[in-house]
Design a protein around this ligand. Structure first.
Ligand SMILES: [Zn+2]
Length: 320
């Protein structure tokens, strides 16, 4: 897929060069006998789970990435580099909370109705559920790297429809909750309190989505209509009963809560059946490319269908 992409890119560059050369040679082009046909827009390709897994491993290679750490700064630099390379505008939001810097990042692309896809990229400073070393920081292969990896791969493959603006939000300080009196979702709360980009009409959160044994159920706090849309897409892609389960199970406090409290429809796509949660076993070894690809393709399809908020907003003939 990458090779085909490169060839396609080379081909169009060559066409562009030829067009430029022709324009340089003739100041006024001859009248064309028929209406000009513009080439069909090129697709950026489809979400690739293998590549998403590499993006997760790149984060695990940095080590634990808690709020306020040097490692988190390195992770932010890596995320921003990927966003720029994929053609996105980068917007930073820097605040403080209880003496620590909070660093949110948003990639922005397209113009029109704003919608957000979010993930936290910080990792938990203490593995309080670990039986042997509960004071050590976790690597956050699933709880941290998986969601951010899905967003980075989306940055490369999303074809954004006319009239839509997509915001890829990387939240800091989700996972310090119940440590030193911190709540969860501090970065997301600060974003909702003062959006550095246009206030989104909806937010889809991906968190802990890469477990090889993937079980994404309907999270109970999430917006029901938006959840209907996302689980319908998952079923159309053939994932019902294979990673996605269209029935309610857990109610989770996560980065979607401040959005819901502000009246923004939000969904948490999360696999909370994860034995390594908040232990030192939460490494990138837990992740599967197929799992990342399933959740990535659901979000990709949602965006490329125009990010409908309710089932009745979906066009009668979806493109899949
Ligand atoms: Zn966590």
């Amino acid at each position: 897929m990458t090779v085909r992409h490169l060839v396609a890119r080379w081909w169009w560059s060559a066409v562009a060069l030829v067009v430029l050369a022709c324009q340089a040679a003739t100041a006024t082009p001859p009248p064309s006998p028929s209406p000009t046909v513009s080439p069909a827009p090129r697709s950026r390709g489809q979400f690739d789970g293998v590549r998403a897994l590499e993006f997760a491993r790149a984060q695990c290679a940095i080590g634990p990435r808690p709020t306020g750490s040097e490692a988190l700064l390195r992770t932010r630099a890596w995320i921003e580099q990927q966003l720029v390379q994929a053609g996105w505008e980068v917007v930073r939001q820097e605040t403080t909370y209880r003496g620590l810097p909070i660093r949110n990042v948003v990639g922005v692309r397209g113009q029109g109705r704003p919608v957000m896809v979010g993930a936290h990229y910080d990792t938990r400073p203490r593995a309080e559920r670990d039986p042997t070393n509960p004071e050590a920081p976790i690597l956050g292969g699933n709880d941290g790297a998986s969601g951010a990896a899905v967003l980075v791969e989306l940055a490369y493959v999303l074809d954004i429809p006319e009239g839509l603006q997509v915001q890829l939000a990387f939240f800091d300080a989700e996972d310090r909750g119940n440590i030193d009196g911190w709540p969860f979702a501090v970065g997301a709360s600060q974003m909702v309190a003062d959006f550095p980009v246009a206030r989104p009409e909806a937010m889809v959160l991906v968190d802990m989505v890469g477990d090889k044994d993937q079980q994404i159920y309907r999270e109970r706090n999430s917006d029901p209509a938006l959840n209907d849309v996302l689980f319908a897409i998952a079923a159309e892609l053939g994932y019902e009963g294979r990673g996605f389960y269209n029935e309610p199970k857990w109610a989770i406090i996560d980065d979607h809560i401040p959005f819901l409290e502000a009246g923004i429809p939000a969904v948490d796509l999360i696999d909370f059946d994860y034995p390594a949660w908040h232990t030192l076993d939460d490494t990138c070894e837990q992740l599967g490319a197929e799992s990342l690809e399933r959740v990535g393709r659901v979000v990709e399809t949602w965006v490329e269908q125009g990010a409908p908020l309710r089932p009745e907003d979906r066009s009668p003939s979806p493109q899949e």
